[in-house]
Design a protein around this ligand. Structure first.
Ligand code: SAH
Ligand code: SF4
Ligand code: F3S
Length: 468
């Protein structure tokens, strides 16, 4: 598929907004439910869908049973994510029976795949509209076509890598805001579906990103998470582009008390320029999420990751030499096709050496259309599960030790929300570690000095000593 960067013009957006106006007369007071699966990029896209619904005069609901329009914003990264969506769709049959006017839409990464679109066409007749991430900007027009045309609409896989500025957006109120800086991925890791669902890398212009960051800070957000599949290649596709490190410096220069977070960094593109910007910028988090994926060089090569275990460890050490307090987290895939006992032992060895603060661990999931899907995969699910359990056990022990080392320290944290436990709040350290602490609603959104007095494998516990 040839992919191109297609900048959607302000006139095209105007057009969509006028479609919203005309739908407004018919949809006002209807209820819309947007359900999000997958990563923060999808969370961010769902805010745009909600923005369009607001323009159409719809009320947003969290309850699918009372909705007139349901949108499932889906993820294709692992089979489990897809199964959940199909499970949900199956469950909508009774909703459609109760409300034949119900409109069901499927968008996101699953919808970008022809295979999935065909399956929905054939087996899920209750779905009215399917559209891929590149078509999201013209959701109003597609919805109008669905309503007026009286037939099912499939707008998937146009192959146009769209780049859009200025769409309406309904953000979650609170402390944290998502800020997409780029879309797509060029890396083609052999197991991964994302380059096929999100297209090639395209970066937003720095002035647009910085203006949006400024607006967010002015409206009270305190925690900006810069999003991209590989933020380290930000700007490479722009002729006059600045680097990711320079972008951090520009956002850091915006007046105000706030935190800059970002994800995800690909090890092959993480540079000293980035580490030095992180060290210099007082508002930038001390956290690097640097997915390792595997510790065996042969598996890394077959994954097409572009680094060896030794290079990864050297990079981690380099980052720590710039930022001594660095919190380092990672992703690991267990059971990549052909990963032997010896390969897995290499992963354990790197994990022991790297001493990650936290880890996301996944069992390899075969994705149709990716190169790894054609590799021989002789190991059983039970063998993979046993490796998965051993890896988690090792990491839990390291995380517990790392977290225990915080006890007794006083740190500045940002209090960002309510914990599930009554009377407790959640906060994040500068390195992004979760702190649970007693407090009241008035504390949320504030920076505070806290003393850490407890820890476990996944969080810290603390007490506010000063609200500053
Ligand atoms: N762009 C990000 C990753 C996005 S997907 C990056 O490269 O870091 C998030 C994580 O899902 C990946 O880091 C990987 O560990 C996991 N993942 C991706 N494809 C997978 C697959 N087919 N099976 C299992 N895990 C997968
Ligand atoms: Fe997938 Fe690799 Fe791109 Fe991450 S960098 S989205 S794992 S292809
Ligand atoms: Fe999933 Fe797409 Fe994100 S596949 S992880 S929603 S980019």
């Amino acid at each position: 598929m040839t992919y191109k960067r297609t900048e959607i013009t302000p006139a095209q957006i105007e057009n969509q907004l006028s479609v919203c106006q005309s739908l407004n007369r018919r949809l006002a007071s209807r209820r819309a439910f947007v359900d999000t699966f997958g990563c923060q990029q999808n969370e961010s896209d769902s805010e745009l869908l909600r923005g369009y619904f607001a323009e159409m005069g719809c009320t947003l609901t969290q309850n699918e049973a009372e909705a007139d329009i349901i949108v499932l914003n889906t993820c294709a990264v692992r089979e489990h994510a897809e199964q959940r969506v199909f499970g949900n769709l199956g469950g909508f049959t009774h909703l459609k029976r109760a409300n034949p006017e119900l409109i069901v839409c499927v968008c996101g990464c699953m919808a970008a795949q022809k295979r999935i679109a065909e399956k929905i066409k054939k087996s899920y007749s209750l779905v009215n509209l399917v559209f891929g991430p590149d078509e999201l900007w013209r959701f109003p027009e597609l919805l109008q076509e669905t309503i007026d045309g009286g037939k099912r609409v499939f707008a998937t896989g146009s192959g146009e890598g769209s780049l859009v500025e200025g769409l309406p957006r309904v953000r979650e109120a609170g402390v944290r805001a998502w800020l997409s800086i780029m879309y797509g991925c060029n890396n083609f890791c052999s197991y991964c579906i994302v380059p096929y669902t999100r297209g090639r890398e395209r970066s937003r212009r720095a002035e647009d990103v910085v203006a949006e960051a400024r607006g967010l800070i002015e409206s009270g957000y305190k925690d900006l998470t810069l999003l991209g599949q590989n933020v380290n290649s930000y700007g490479k596709d722009l002729s006059d582009g600045i680097s990711f490190a320079q972008l951090i410096r520009e956002i850091n220069a915006i007046p105000g008390d706030f935190v800059i977070r970002f994800m995800t960094s690909h090890p092959k593109d993480a540079t000293e320029e980035l580490f030095s910007a992180m060290a210099d910028c007082s508002k930038c988090e001390n956290h690097l999420h640097l997915p390792l994926q595997a510790g065996s060089d042969e598996i890394l090569r077959r994954m097409n990751r572009g680094y060896t275990a030794k290079e990864y460890l050297a990079l981690a050490a380099r980052a720590r030499s710039f930022i001594p307090e660095l919190v380092l987290t990672t992703d690991i895939i267990v059971g990549f096709p052909g990963e032997s006992e010896k390969d897995f032992a290499a992963t354990l060895e790197v994990v022991e050496k790297a001493r990650f603060d936290a880890m996301f661990t996944f069992i390899y999931s075969k994705r149709a259309g990716t190169p790894a899907a054609t590799l021989p995969d002789p190991y059983t699910r039970a063998e993979k599960q046993a490796h998965f359990d051993r890896l988690i056990e090792l990491q839990n022990q390291i995380s517990a030790e790392k977290h225990a080392a915080y006890v007794g320290k006083t740190l500045r944290v940002l209090i960002d929300g309510f914990d599930r436990e009554e009377g407790f709040l959640t906060a994040r350290t500068r390195g992004g570690r979760l702190v649970r602490l007693p407090g009241t609603a008035a504390d949320v959104g504030k920076f505070a000095q806290v003393t850490i007095d407890g820890s476990n494998t996944w969080a810290l516990k603390g007490q506010i000593i000063d609200n500053r």
